[in-house]
Design a protein around this ligand. Structure first.
Ligand code: ACO
Length: 325
């Protein structure tokens, strides 16, 4: 098996910022409530002419540049999203065309917030098996398009953005472990009811606001903490390292209280946790790759550092992994 590592990362987010104070004018909420319950201060919102593939494109260009790889040398594009440009064709195909990655296969992956990490696992396995040499893995979302701006319990939580990583064969192993999980029993706790084959779009579904996120935040909170903790313990064990050796923990940027609960359970010091949820909110599948890219570009990560990341999302799905940078 060929060792696989991340060759370069990139990220992108819309320029427009929506603050908690902006939300005070939209729904019955307060900056204080949002800050104390979630840690979010502001999030990015895409202009009407921007869609998921546009942010994915910017993030991918940056990842290609960071890795010094030409798009023609990319063998595959795997894109995690719950907010594709279209139902079909896949956003990955739109991205493949725009990048000029002519040799690459391309497909979207639906795993909620875990889409990027699921993609990493797939890409890694394909490279290890010799089926591909270089794969572009992307998490990209325009969450503000499926947010109900009349539902204060959900609309304050999410934001838009994209993150990308190029992975490829390497002399030394960079992706040490990945542990994925799912539990479809609780799918109703976080879903978008209409638009699919179960409840096709109609005037009635639009009237009843069924094309927006529906979520039972409280129940998700508990499940997220449990799953992120156990998957992280498994990833640490599988990578054959100790928790003390971890240099940086990148948890899914959904809610500061979830991150803090997982951190405490894993007994990782606060200074080792990367946080940007205050600036982006929950960008679903883009959350981990944006955070990873920011950590790398800001110098929080140095060659040889051990990074633990962990994510939880709709499905439910979850995933944790260890990388040596
Ligand atoms: N502003 C003011 N009040 C609000 C708001 C708001 N934006 N939203 C809800 N409230 C009110 C509720 O109506 C409720 O009022 P009531 O007691 O009069 O009925 C009160 O605040 C408490 O509501 P809870 O839902 O119990 O608040 P909680 O402390 O659980 O926080 C939150 C809610 C932030 C959603 C939390 O449960 C959470 O973050 N859960 C995780 C959900 C999540 O992140 N999902 C994303 C996808 S999965 C993932 O990425 C982890």
């Amino acid at each position: 098996m060929s060792p696989v590592r991340i060759l370069g990362t990139g990220s992108s987010a819309p320029e427009r910022i929506l603050t908690n104070f902006d939300f005070e004018k939209i729904v019955d909420t307060s900056d204080e409530w949002i800050r104390t319950r979630t840690g979010i201060v502001e999030r990015r919102i895409a202009d009407p002419d921007i869609a998921t593939s546009d942010m994915a494109y910017e993030a991918s260009l940056r990842a290609l540049e960071a890795a010094s790889v030409n798009s023609i040398d990319v063998d595959g594009v795997i894109l995690g999203t719950v907010t594709p440009d279209y139902f079909f064709p896949s956003t990955a195909c739109l991205l493949q065309s725009r990048l000029g990655a002519k040799k690459a296969f391309a497909f979207d992956l639906s795993a909620g917030c875990s889409g990027f990490v699921y993609g990493l696992q797939l890409g890694k396995a394909m490279i290890e098996s010799g089926e591909a040499r270089i794969i572009l893995v992307v998490g990209a979302e325009t969450m503000t398009r499926i947010m109900d701006f009349k539902d204060r319990a959900t609309c304050v939580l999410f934001g838009d953005g994209a993150g990308a990583a190029l992975i490829g064969k390497s002399d030394m192993s960079g992706i040490l472990s990945l542990c994925l999980g799912a539990n479809g029993d609780d799918w109703e706790l976080l879903h978008m009811p209409a638009g699919g084959s179960r409840i096709p779009p109609s005037e009635e579904t639009v009237r009843n606001r069924l094309h927006y996120i529906k979520m039972k935040g409280n129940d998700i909170f508990k499940e997220a903490v449990k799953a992120m903790e156990s998957a992280s313990i498994e990833a640490i064990r599988k990578a054959d390292i100790t928790t003390e050796e971890i240099d940086l923990f990148i948890p899914h940027q959904a809610n500061l209280r979830i991150m803090e609960a997982v951190r405490k359970r894993l007994d990782i010091p606060p200074k080792k946790v990367f946080i940007n949820v205050d600036r982006y909110g929950n960008t679903s599948s883009a959350s981990v790759p944006i955070a990873l890219d920011e950590a790398v570009r800001s110098g929080r990560v140095e060659r040889g550092d051990l990074i633990l990341f962990s994510v939880f999302g709709a499905g439910f799905t979850w995933a944790s992994g260890i990388i040596r940078w």
